[in-house]
Write a protein that binds this ligand. Structure first.
Ligand SMILES: [Zn+2]
Length: 123
């Protein structure tokens, strides 16, 4: 059901791995660094927030305000709802892409031609 595949080697990546290591994800087959596309993360966050807000609303309504700590439970439920819904949505919608490697720019910077003033000193 999940659509989590490495775009490079087309290896299926377990949804649990994607959700738990979403900031530090490496393909188990080809070792390429992967990342979840920004839009998938945003979708997951939005659904999580909607679920959290809905749960908070229902829980607030149900618990009323007749005891001093009544406001705590809706907040806790809302956080739990976010914590459950956001990863599930992420699992279902996550679109993996290859991470742009930071090394590429670094190598390029060092590859300047070595024509400094040093080598032409013998004339
Ligand atoms: Zn791969």
């Amino acid at each position: 059901m999940a659509v989590l595949t490495c775009p490079y080697s087309l290896t299926k990546i377990p949804a649990v791995t994607v959700v738990t290591r979403s900031y530090d994800l490496v393909c188990p087959s080809c070792g390429k660094p992967l990342e979840i596309s920004r839009i998938s993360r945003n979708i997951a966050a939005i659904f999580g927030l909607i679920a959290g807000a809905a749960v908070w609303f229902v829980a607030t309504d149900a618990s009323g305000s007749h005891h001093a700590l009544g406001w705590v439970f809706p907040v806790v439920y809302a956080i739990l709802a976010y914590g459950i819904v956001a990863p599930v949505v992420l699992m279902l919608t996550a679109d993996l892409s290859l991470k742009s490697e930071p090394h590429a720019a670094e190598i390029h910077a060092h590859a300047e031609p070595a024509s400094g003033g040093h080598t032409s000193g013998h004339h």
